[in-house]
Design a protein around this ligand. Structure first.
Ligand code: KIV
Length: 279
């Protein structure tokens, strides 16, 4: 049984509830952010008890909960429902919810969807991509909706990308990614997820930006890490397991222990190592 972190209720009580400005404080203080996806209240409550900092209701739910082979079929109503479930389980972690495919196609559509997600309990919405999404990010941030950007492998672009592949491998695409990262930060994003990006490039982007970066398959130099719940627990969701995924259940000995083991390894820098990253 994994017991390195305090388990008593007092320790849990003493932790402050996360707010959006605290994300930038963490980067400034050099504290790594620990993020996980959740889709229901029970897992959310267990993550909160284990000291997970940020919980994401990802549109990955289309693949790991609904059984689709991409995130494209996910509707805003699905994310709203799961966000409300997860919100009931959290008292400390910051709750982020995805804007699903095409719900952010225009600023006005995004405002409607993001408002519903904040009213369901999210503190921030996540938007994939840059380009025309920069206007969407600006529009939401000007209307008091905190935004997390998502660059690199953006799963909603799977048809254009031709699969779930490492991004930014050559100079042209790496420079484009660096420019997009600066642009989403300038547009007002307060957090940036980098998915499936070579370690050196993710490190350079992280050093470039004042906002924290959260890596998934982006190496150890990001300001934090995120994993999909099912991947961390080794649940077979019917999809190929990418190289960056690690099953923490054996190490942790229980679901809460797995969350604590993951959090400890992210905070100490032990995860991800080279075997869970791309050169
Ligand atoms: O949908 C999701 O779960 C995500 C994470 C993989 C970052 O976007």
């Amino acid at each position: 049984m994994y017991t390195s972190a305090p388990t008593d209720a007092n320790a849990q009580e003493k932790r402050k509830a996360w707010t959006v400005p605290m994300l930038a404080d963490a980067k400034r203080d050099g504290r790594r952010l620990v993020m996980l996806t959740a889709y229901d209240a029970g897992f959310a409550r267990t993550m909160d008890a284990a000291g997970i900092d940020v919980v994401l209701v990802g549109d990955s739910l289309g693949m790991v909960v609904q059984g689709h082979n991409s995130t494209l079929p996910v509707a805003t109503a699905d994310i709203v429902y799961h966000t409300a479930c997860v919100a009931r389980g959290l008292s400390k972690a910051l709750l982020v919810a995805d804007l699903p495919f095409q719900s952010d196609a225009t600023p006005e559509r995004a405002l409607d969807a993001a408002t519903a997600l904040l009213q369901a309990g999210a503190a921030m919405v996540k938007i994939e991509g840059a380009g025309h999404k920069l206007d969407v990010i600006r529009f939401l941030v000007e209307r008091e909706i905190p935004v997390c950007a998502h660059l690199g492998l953006t799963p909603q672009s799977v048809l254009r990308l031709g699969g779930y592949k490492l991004q930014g491998r050559d100079d042209v695409t790496a420079n484009k990614l660096r420019g997009d990262a600066r642009a989403v930060a300038q547009a007002g994003a307060a957090l940036l997820v980098l998915e499936c990006v070579p370690t050196g490039l993710a490190g350079a982007i992280t050093a470039d930006l004042a906002i924290p970066t959260i890596g998934i398959g982006a190496g150890p130099h990001c300001d934090g890490q995120v994993l999909v719940l099912h991947d961390l627990l080794g649940v077979n969701s019917g999809h190929r397991r990418p190289k960056f995924v690690k099953d923490f259940l054996a190490q942790g000995g229980s679901v809460e222990g797995a969350f604590r083991a993951y959090a400890d390894d992210v905070r100490s820098g032990a995860f991800p190592d080279a075997s869970h990253s791309y050169d």
